[in-house]
Design a binder for this molecule. Structure first.
Ligand code: HEC
Length: 103
């Protein structure tokens, strides 16, 4: 299952450590946000807008429909992913679940 992040290519843009910060060629002014559990579910100010924290439901929506928790559309450089329910919920568990493993 942990393989899935790699297989789906999130790392290509969000980084192997999900640290974000990659610039989107040729849209060099766009940087990917971090996808760590702290950044997504915790209190944060990641400098790219004032959306609130994600929940599992809003994170699924962001990945599938590109909409952040405040209802704003993410930039179109973030792909919209057509995924099976199961894959999507595994992915969301993975993105949030690692926090509890680390802390
Ligand atoms: C082609 C590059 C690219 C790929 C591949 C990609 N992303 Fe993104 N993603 C982005 C960019 C750019 C943004 C920022 C969009 C914005 O700021 O509006 C983003 C934003 C996000 C956000 C919103 C984060 C926040 O703080 O609001 C989530 C969640 C996300 N991506 C998850 C994923 C997942 C999960 C995958 C793999 C299934 C993935 N992304 C693959 C480019 C990418």
């Amino acid at each position: 299952m942990h393989q899935s992040m790699h297989a789906m290519g999130c790392v290509r843009c969000h980084g192997a450590e999900r640290q974000g910060g990659q610039r989107m060629y040729p849209f060099f002014w766009i940087q990917t946000p971090p996808l760590t559990a702290e950044a997504l579910f915790g209190e944060h100010d990641d400098g790219h807008g004032d959306h609130g924290s994600y929940s599992s439901a809003t994170l699924q929506r962001a990945i599938r429909e590109g909409i952040d928790p405040s209802g704003n559309a993410l930039d179109s450089t973030m792909p919209r992913w057509a995924m099976e329910e199961q894959d999507l919920s595994d992915l969301v568990d993975y993105l949030g679940g690692k926090l509890s493993a680390e802390h």
